[in-house]
Design a protein around this ligand. Structure first.
Ligand code: FMN
Length: 154
């Protein structure tokens, strides 16, 4: 069974809620899904999943939520090289933070690309100013994302 790890970065639980809502959808699509709230680089490198989904909100001024900071630091410091890793990004933010909108999700996307990983599909940016329930945007995005992945496997 192919594996999918969802790496969560959250301050107030919104991004975790999205990950938990998406989990059954991916399971129905045939993936073995793990949601990680305290991930380390080993979860990405030593036990590499077939697919990785980063579900990350932004805090401060474009900053990463504390629970995903250890993973980000390890990525920056160890530059592990992630060629062959396929990933997606769901960034939660608020466009009233004009200059740093979805800053964490965008930075993480750039960091993964720098390491040679390949993003599957477009990054989803969920704006709290427009979307009250992030799941409303995330569920259709995830359906399209998984269909794209299955097309690539076929
Ligand atoms: C103190 C604080 C700082 C924030 N800073 C940003 C920011 O710089 N950029 C952004 O896009 N959103 C920012 N946000 C909005 C959150 O990212 C948004 O509300 C998100 O949905 C929270 O998700 P979470 O519940 O997973 O933490 C900030 C929110 C708070 C409370």
């Amino acid at each position: 069974m192919p594996t999918l790890k969802i790496f969560v970065g959250t301050m107030y639980g919104g991004a975790l809620d999205v990950a938990e809502q998406l989990k059954p959808l991916f399971e129905q699509a045939g993936y073995q899904v793990t949601v990680l709230e305290q991930a380390s680089l080993a979860d990405l490198v030593d036990d590499r999943p077939d697919l990785a989904l980063f579900c990350v909100s932004t805090t401060g001024s474009g900053d990463f939520p504390g629970n995903i900071v250890p993973l980000v630091r390890e990525l920056e410091e160890q530059s592990p090289g992630l060629v062959g890793l396929r990933y997606g990004v769901i960034a939660l933010g608020d466009s009233s933070y004009v200059d740093t909108f979805c800053g964490a999700g965008r930075s993480l996307d750039a960091l993964l690309a720098d390491q040679g990983a390949s993003r599957l599909g477009e990054r989803l940016e969920v704006d709290a100013m427009e979307t009250f329930m992030a799941d409303d945007a995330a569920l259709p995005w995830a359906e399209a994302w998984i269909a794209e992945q299955q097309l690539q496997e076929a």
